[in-house]
Design a protein around this ligand. Structure first.
Ligand SMILES: Cc1cc2nc3c(=O)[nH]c(=O)nc-3n(C[C@H](O)[C@H](O)[C@H](O)COP(=O)(O)OP(=O)(O)OC[C@H]3O[C@@H](n4cnc5c(N)ncnc54)[C@H](O)[C@@H]3O)c2cc1C
Length: 467
């Protein structure tokens, strides 16, 4: 048996981005556009991360519904707007401004949900790839980061594994955009994972798509009964013993293909997205649940009588795993108080959204199905630069779901608009950090100027957003 493995030296870069989800793609493009020799390493065969591998096709958090003025506001700007506007122009995404938000609609029932941009995930994958190539990003798919070497508070190289064996990549700076904070964890950065009291994490979801849905009938039922998540039907089914699951709301959102819906309803508890054995169980369970749920949908849900299974995503959608111990973590108290940070580099206006780990249809920070808009005095939560900086490493930054924030705050930051915003900020910061090899010495004033020039901050004033 072979016990020693060779490690190929694969070259050296200005920046290596770990993971090609929304955060990683925006980070890599922003860095490469500044002339950085940028490599993006991705374990799957495509970009887009959770959107593309788990099927989450509604890009939330980039637009915000302003209830006072009854209008959609662009709140992230920059690459998020660029990517989504291009998808909309290609006919591969739905412009929220065209959705009738005064009635229940198939793109997310409520105005604030209809602010999400429904898109075709296969086109998104392709488009992100082309944009990376155009920007000069080097892409390496099917490559999993399995280790990191560090010296004196610096990451010196990454160890990866692929079908050809082990490789080593060097860089001046690194960005962890793995969603799970894999790279930060490998460098020994202290991490938080799940609830403080028991480590339990938010439920996971196997997403599936169905086609041949009668959208008009589904929407008409919702309007007539004011039942956006079909809660009454589900309660009746439960009483009759025909709904055996803990989750009690039906969430289905139409994709840009009329009559094809993403079903984001299944909730799987006790899943650890950083444990392959747990993910294996969840993947198998999720496939079974999708088939069982579809049977019930066809029998009892208006509009779904002829629904046909078009695809179950292999990857179980993971809402929560690790968060880094950051230099300046965002506390819930600060988020609720609408704290302004001098080093604010991104923000979120998305609601707190982190369902209870054990009670899948209950969200401790939200309203209920009848009153979905949790009242938040300060709508915008600012994300300071320090929330992206792990405490232990000088040349490492994180962006995306694994940011340094209390878990409730992560629930508001984890959607794709803010992840794109954090990613772009990290990529621009890399352009400044590469000179000194340290993210800590970046001039935040300069970084904010770059973010302003890129349309990421300042596009919407605080006065435009309540709080
Ligand atoms: C069920 C569900 C529903 C959701 N609904 C919505 C919604 O409607 N709208 C919305 O905007 N958001 C939604 N979200 C949240 C959102 O999809 C994610 O939080 C967001 O996509 C995270 O982006 P990210 O770039 O941080 O990470 P990810 O999208 O997870 O990307 C991380 C990337 O890193 C790669 N990677 C990980 N580890 C390694 C490694 N060791 N080596 C190499 N590559 C690695 C992964 O393969 C992946 O491509 C939902 C999430 C779930 C789970």
């Amino acid at each position: 048996m072979k016990t020693e493995y060779e490690c190929r030296e694969e070259g050296s870069y200005d920046l290596i981005v770990a993971g090609g989800g929304m955060a990683g793609v925006c980070c890599a493009i922003a860095a490469a556009r500044q002339g950085l020799n940028t490599l993006l390493l991705e374990k799957e065969g495509c970009l887009g991360g959770t959107a593309c591998t788990a099927g989450v096709m509604q890009l939330l958090g980039g637009r915000w519904y302003d209830p006072e003025n009854d209008r959609m506001v662009r709140v992230i700007g920059g690459l998020f707007d660029e990517i989504t506007d291009e998808l909309i122009a290609m006919g591969a995404a739905v412009e929220p401004d065209t959705v009738d938000i005064h009635h229940y609609n198939p793109y997310g029932w409520y105005p604030r949900m209809a602010a999400g941009i429904s898109c075709e995930v296969d086109t998104l994958k392709w488009h992100l790839e082309r944009k990376c190539v155009d920007a000069g990003v080097h892409l390496r798919f099917f490559t999993t980061i399995v280790g990191a070497e560090t010296k004196e508070a610096r990451v010196t190289r990454l160890i990866t594994h692929d079908k050809g064996g082990f490789s080593s990549f060097r860089a001046k700076c690194f960005a962890d955009c793995t969603g799970d904070g894999d790279l930060a964890e490998m460098t020994g950065c202290p991490m938080e994972k799940g609830r403080e009291e028991d480590g339990a994490m938010c439920p996971a979801t196997t997403i599936f798509y169905v086609d041949q849905v009668d959208t008009a009938r589904y929407v008409a039922y919702q309007n007539e009964h004011e039942s956006p998540k079909l809660v009454e039907i589900i309660h009746e089914l439960k009483e009759a013993g025909r709904w055996p699951w803990d989750f009690e709301i039906f969430i289905a959102i139409e994709t840009p293909t009329p009559g094809t819906f993403m079903v984001n309803t299944i909730r799987q508890i006790d899943v650890d997205g950083t444990d392959a054995a747990s993910l294996t169980r969840a993947a198998m369970e999720g496939r079974g649940l999708a088939h069982e749920l579809l049977k019930v949908m066809k029998e009892y849900f208006p509009g779904f009588e002829k629904a046909h299974l078009s695809r179950i995503f292999d990857h179980v959608g993971i809402r929560e795993t690790r968060r880094i111990a950051a230099r300046e973590p965002i506390t819930l108290e600060n988020a609720l108080a609408g704290k302004h940070y001098d080093d604010c580099v991104a923000s979120t206006t998305y609601n707190f959204d982190l369902p209870d780990p054990k009670r899948p249809s209950y969200d401790p920070m939200m309203g209920d199905a009848k009153k979905p808009n949790a009242v938040r005095e300060h709508v915008r939560i600012e994300i300071p630069y320090g929330a992206l900086l792990p405490r232990n490493m000088e040349n490492l930054i994180v962006a995306g779901r694994c940011l340094g924030a209390e878990r409730e705050v992560m629930g508001a930051c984890r959607v794709m608009g803010p992840c794109a915003g954090m990613g772009q900020a990290a990529g621009l910061a890399a352009g400044l950090a590469v000179k000194t090899g340290s993210f800590a010495y970046v001039s935040v004033r300069q970084l904010r100027e770059l973010l302003q020039e890129s349309g990421c901050i300042g596009a919407v004033s605080d006065e435009d957003i309540i709080g």
